[in-house]
Design a protein around this ligand. Structure first.
Ligand code: NA7
Length: 564
């Protein structure tokens, strides 16, 4: 039974978009005590670490921000300078939010959580950090983002390289000058597509080492003028309402028609308009691009044609053209000049699919048939997404069970926000929630608001313990798998399915059922007294069993979500 009051109502891990908003809600909406641990020396999360040249958001700035849920005044006061904001501007925005809500005073910077243990005896979490903190809290809330543990491939000889090497996700704060240098960029994902044109401008020679060609979509970045700002600010209410209903959390709907239901000419016209608009709209032009191989191939071939138009050397254009996976089954990068880079004399595209990188040498990168001598290597090799960082936190639930052991064969969660055996743990944008298959701030706000409502309800009922029930979790995982199987997403070796990390269990890590549908399901769960959760006091385990409300079938929850 309870021995001592925990020091805090909640510990939050991370001070990016989700940690900042969660802290504000806990403290200012609920009047709870909270402490945030943040590894960086300031707020910003992803936007604190990813400072490589060209880093910018691939969602449009005006809807990649906090919504009217946080503040209508802030929306009216803040003006974005570009259609897709660059990293420094987003970091300034998050810093402004931290100041505006006086958040920094409850954040301990430069501090990594190394252990978080649930006490079966008293139902509280004890959180330990590398700075020597040891605090107790009723609730543990992870706000660690989905792409915060870098993936540095174990190439033989990696440490022997005598030049400079960088991972894009851990970029030096003072910047890097590549002027006159020979540089290798490893990777051609969304990050590389941003950094490559920038480095090509400076480097004496740039080698781009490509293992998989991607379907890059036109970014269409441009400055925002006064008229843009005025129009957006007038329409914010509708914009945010729409983001909460759509599949991807964008303020526009996926068109409800098949790519195969229109003539070739009409389809081309639709793709061209979306292409010229720029951004992810192309992926929402038809409702079966992610479901039907033939429909998908129409978009894939349209994009290959755009590559052939832009890249003058036909052999290079062909190498840049994806043939091994359907469109949008890997995250399509947005490009602003990436393809044109390959028309430059000082840029060479190297195919490391056919002839893989065999080792890093003291002077460069070696494949079976060549050595590329360089002064610097840029690893644009991505992240151990979604579970990577959660596993570094040393989370142990009931009976000392390690989250890594529970998820050894892949994540199992209830709604992607909780997991059985780990009472009072909430994971903002956790695995099996829409997260990275959506416009992140919309999904973050939905999770934070849902958790806030849940904690308020707990307090109103005199409860302090909540845990996902095992059968609710089974139902959610089954539903998640069923939705996934209906799509083409399992076809690609993407980080979405964990394929980029050797040994990582293969499963779709985000939920592909759509932001709008997911929100209705979460609301239905809450409206049914947190259906699927056991609730109690002093730790569910110490009460000798579950104290939650009777569990409905998941079919009931889905039905309630469908007719709210
Ligand atoms: P990504 O999308 O995971 O891209 C990483 C790139 O690095 C990708 O092209 C990989 O090739 C390549 N890679 C990784 N390991 C190797 C090895 N061992 N050899 C050669 N090439 C390798 O990461 P990003 O940082 O670009 O983007 C992450 C997300 O951030 C992005 O999707 C947005 O959501 C924002 P592969 O494709 O695996 O063959």
């Amino acid at each position: 039974m309870t021995t001592a009051q925990p020091q805090f109502d909640a510990v939050v891990v991370g001070a990016g978009f989700s940690g900042l908003y969660m802290l504000h809600r806990l403290r200012d909406t609920l009047g709870m005590s909270a402490v945030v641990f943040e590894a960086g020396d300031d707020v910003g999360g992803t936007w604190y670490w990813n400072r490589y040249p060209g880093a910018r958001c691939d969602s449009e700035s005006y809807f990649y921000s906090f919504s009217d849920r946080l503040s209508e005044d802030l929306l009216q006061e803040w003006t974005w300078s570009e259609r897709f904001a660059a990293q420094p501007e987003i970091l300034r925005y998050l810093s402004h939010v931290a100041d505006r809500y006086d958040l920094r005073r409850d954040i301990r910077f430069g501090t990594r959580v190394v252990a978080a243990e649930y006490g079966d005896g008293d139902g509280t979490w004890t959180v330990t950090t590398d700075a020597g903190d040891r605090v107790t809290a009723t609730y543990l809330i992870t706000a660690v983002g989905c792409l915060s543990t870098t993936n540095l491939p174990e190439f033989p000889g990696r440490e022997s390289f005598r030049g400079e090497s960088f991972h894009t996700g851990l970029w030096p704060h003072d910047g890097v000058d590549f002027t006159g240098k020979r540089v290798a960029v490893i990777g051609t994902g969304a990050t590389a597509v941003q950094v490559v044109p920038e480095i090509a401008e400076q480097a004496e020679h740039l080698y781009v080492l490509q293992r998989t060609a991607n379907y890059d979509i036109a970014g269409g970045n441009r400055p925002m003028d006064d008229e843009d700002g005025r129009r957006i600010k007038e329409n914010y209410t509708e914009i945010w309402a729409t983001t909460r209903e759509t599949g991807f959390g964008f303020p526009y709907h996926t068109q409800n028609r098949s790519a195969l239901s229109v003539s070739d000419a009409e389809r081309r016209q639709i793709f061209t308009e979306a292409w010229e608009t720029g951004g992810f709209r192309l992926g929402t032009t038809f409702n079966d691009l992610l479901l039907d191989e033939k429909a998908n191939e129409t978009a894939a071939e349209f994009l290959r044609e755009r590559i052939r138009e832009r890249v003058t050397d036909p052999a290079v254009a062909e190498l840049l053209s994806p043939r091994d996976h359907p469109f949008f089954t890997k995250r399509p990068p947005l490009e602003n000049g990436y393809y044109d880079t390959f028309n430059r004399e000082n840029v060479t595209l190297v195919d490391v699919r056919t002839v893989p990188i065999s080792e890093i040498t003291p002077t460069g990168v070696r494949t079976a048939d060549a050595e590329y001598e360089v002064d610097a290597i840029v690893y644009a090799t991505g992240f151990d997404a979604m579970t990577g960082t959660l596993f570094t936190l040393g989370i142990r639930g009931r009976d000392g069970r390690d989250l890594r052991d529970k998820w050894a064969d892949g994540p199992r969660s209830y709604l992607g926000v909780a997991t059985h055996g780990f009472p009072n743990l909430f994971m903002i944008t956790g695995p099996q929630s829409p997260s990275v298959l959506s416009n992140m701030p919309v999904s973050i706000e939905q999770h934070v608001d849902w958790i806030t409502d849940c904690l308020r309800d707990q307090r109103a009922h005199g409860l302090d313990t909540i845990e996902a029930l095992p059968d609710a979790e089974d139902d959610w995982v089954d539903h998640h798998d069923e939705v996934t199987a209906a799509t083409l997403l399992p076809r690609a070796n993407s980080w979405w399915v964990g394929a980029n990390i050797p040994g990582k269990p293969r499963s779709l890590y985000p939920y592909v059922g759509g932001v709008g549908t997911y929100r209705l399901i979460c609301d239905a769960v809450a409206n049914r007294d947190y259906d699927g959760f056991a609730r109690g006091t002093g730790g569910a385990a110490t009460s000798g069993g579950f104290t939650g409300v009777a569990r409905a079938t998941f079919a009931d929850v889905l039905a309630a979500a469908a007719a709210p």
